[in-house]
Design a protein around this ligand. Structure first.
Ligand code: PHE
Length: 353
């Protein structure tokens, strides 16, 4: 009997030291202390013993029961603690691990170009204004000295919505709208960036939707010299110090005289290279003195007021500046292209200085 008690004691000690979870411990409890467990079997055997032996072994068996119960409790506590520790260990944050790369958006090259031009003109006291993209024929053409049937309308093949409404083919209608809105309110100095639309087939240099930045100054005693001075500042800011500009005669129905403006080549400095096609000059925008008919159409007396206007394409400026040879790159949202303009993602600003 004694031997059996000692054996059970050893057995349970060995088994408890090997358990890995609470369920195993509870199973052991049933196997030893349960109704049909080994300890209960011992108790049943007591009935066959005499009174002295009953006393002796009864006490031993009770001790054994208590001992097993206590050990089971301790083991369960230990297991719970180690389970918590394991969980905590798993959830630890390793602050020394390198951070994952979070993608950050950047400014689109066209927006960047517009921002740069805006910033410059705002610093010279210009307002930035907007006009509707769905425009009246009246403002897109008629008030700008392009009456119905005027041959110059053909050069701006238009998306008409009705006979009188179209998607604006240029930002110049905002000239007329701004003049009308500021009648009798003193001088005007504004630029207007925005989207424009023409029925062109898309290719490397054409897009049915593109951008323009319009400029307009109306005041007394404004001359071509003011226009030239202004555009010189613009060319130096956008294409680099040391740039020169030149005026060539041009034609726009809403300006007289009309001029095409060239900037000295910023790649070769004017000596001739592939970018300027060996001319030394690159055409960047159209401009001129506001035509007297336009002033009259918008309510101004051309004997009192004069003005100059210019219109440029941010796509063309960005293409020249960043060496991009297909205008479609701006619209297809290829991140490899766009990220080149985004310093944060490792791209280079690549500005021509
Ligand atoms: N609107 C003209 C164009 O689209 C550009 C321009 C604007 C020319 C203002 C002169 C003055 O070609």
């Amino acid at each position: 009997m004694k031997y059996k008690i000692i054996k059970i004691q050893e057995e349970i000690d060995g088994k408890l030291s090997e358990v890995t979870n609470t369920k195993e411990v509870l199973d052991l409890k049933v196997a030893y202390l349960g109704k049909k467990g080994s300890v209960s079997e011992l108790t049943n055997m007591l009935s066959k013993l005499d009174i002295e032996e009953k006393k002796e072994y009864g006490a031993l068996i009770n001790n054994l029961k208590q001992d097993i119960n206590q050990k089971i409790e301790v083991t369960i506590e230990k297991l719970a603690e180690s389970e918590i520790n394991k969980k905590i260990e798993k959830e630890t944050i390793d602050t020394t691990l390198p951070a994952s790369n979070i993608g950050v958006g950047g400014t689109h090259p066209i927006t960047k170009t517009i921002d740069e031009v805006e910033e410059l003109f705002v610093s010279m006291g210009y307002d930035v204004v907007e006009g509707p993209e769905v425009e009246l024929d009246l403002y897109n053409f008629e008030k700008l000295n392009l009456p119905k049937g005027h041959p110059a309308r053909d050069a701006q093949d238009s998306f008409y919505i009705t006979d009188e409404v179209l998607l604006r083919t240029q930002t110049s209608p905002v000239q007329a709208r701004t003049m009308e809105a500021n009648l009798e309110k003193g001088p005007i100095r504004m630029i207007c960036p925005g989207k424009t639309y023409r029925r062109d087939d898309d290719d490397a240099t054409h897009s049915h939707q593109f951008h323009q930045i319009e400029g307009l100054v109306i005041d007394k005693d404004i001359s071509l010299a003011d226009l030239k001075g202004t555009l010189e500042v613009f060319a130096k800011k956008v294409f680099g110090e040391g740039r020169k500009i030149r005026f060539r005669p041009g034609f726009f129905p809403f300006t007289e005289p009309s001029i095409e403006v060239d900037v000295s080549c910023f790649k070769c400095g004017g000596e001739g290279c592939s970018l300027c096609k060996n001319i030394g000059w690159i055409e960047i925008l159209g401009a001129g003195m506001v035509h007297p008919n336009v002033l009259i159409n918008c309510g101004y007396d051309p004997d009192k007021y004069q003005g100059f206007a210019f219109g440029m394409g941010p796509e063309r400026i960005a293409m020249l500046k960043y060496g991009i040879n297909d205008i479609r790159n701006f619209y297809i949202n290829d991140l490899r292209f766009l990220n080149m303009f985004n310093r944060i993602n490792g791209g280079d600003d690549n500005e021509t200085k």
